[in-house]
Design a protein around this ligand. Structure first.
Ligand code: HEC
Length: 161
């Protein structure tokens, strides 16, 4: 057998082995890259779930279980506790503002003195969990409105003349 003949026989075999091996090494690099995204999403939802539990125990009596500002204490308060589903609040909110009000209370942030300061009652991560929950309530409300607007869009398309 000449070297050229040998190459003709061996090359396809070498290529076949190489190609056969390639996919597993590709997919193993995908496996190491992928987890970061789902993990960070899971962490966010754990934060807002923990925030919801804290909210039910400590805030719902004023802000209402669903954050509508309609807790049992609400009728006695003027101004009323914030409704976190209010669109103006949802649009203007920043997580920093929400955090500062929770941590320092209303009066420090030019809001009602009836909003207590929680900075000494909760650990820092618990305060941020509360922020995550309130932020999620407001974001969900905005998304709902966007979806409603989208379903109204066909009617707004200019008609052909
Ligand atoms: C005793 C009633 C009461 C309790 C309990 C209470 N709040 Fe409030 N909260 C208020 C009132 C009143 C306001 C101020 C509304 C205003 O001044 O317009 C307010 C305002 C806020 C704001 C600011 C909203 C804005 O528009 O700037 C946040 C955020 C907030 N509360 C979060 C919480 C969280 C989180 C808890 C529980 C850990 C909590 N509140 C418990 C009564 C309460």
């Amino acid at each position: 057998m000449t070297p050229a003949q040998l190459t003709c026989i061996l090359l396809p075999i070498v290529l076949a082995i190489h190609c056969h091996k390639a996919p597993p090494s590709q997919s193993s690099s995908q496996v190491t890259l992928r987890p970061s995204l789902p993990d960070s999403r899971r962490e966010l939802s754990i934060a807002s779930k923990n925030g919801r539990d804290l909210f039910k125990k400590n805030c719902a009596m004023c802000h209402g279980l669903e954050g509508l500002g309609d807790g049992v204490n609400a009728p006695n308060l003027s101004p009323p506790p914030r409704n976190f589903r209010n669109l103006a609040f949802a649009k203007q909110r920043t997580v920093h503002h929400i955090f500062h009000v929770i941590s320092q209370g209303g009066i420090q942030n030019h809001l009602s003195a009836n909003m207590p300061a929680w900075g000494k009652s909760f650990k820092l991560y618990e305060q941020w969990d509360l922020v995550a929950y309130i932020d999620q309530i407001a974001r969900t409300e905005l998304q709902k409105v966007r979806l409603e607007n989208r379903s109204a869009l066909p009617n707004q398309t200019p008609s052909k003349k």
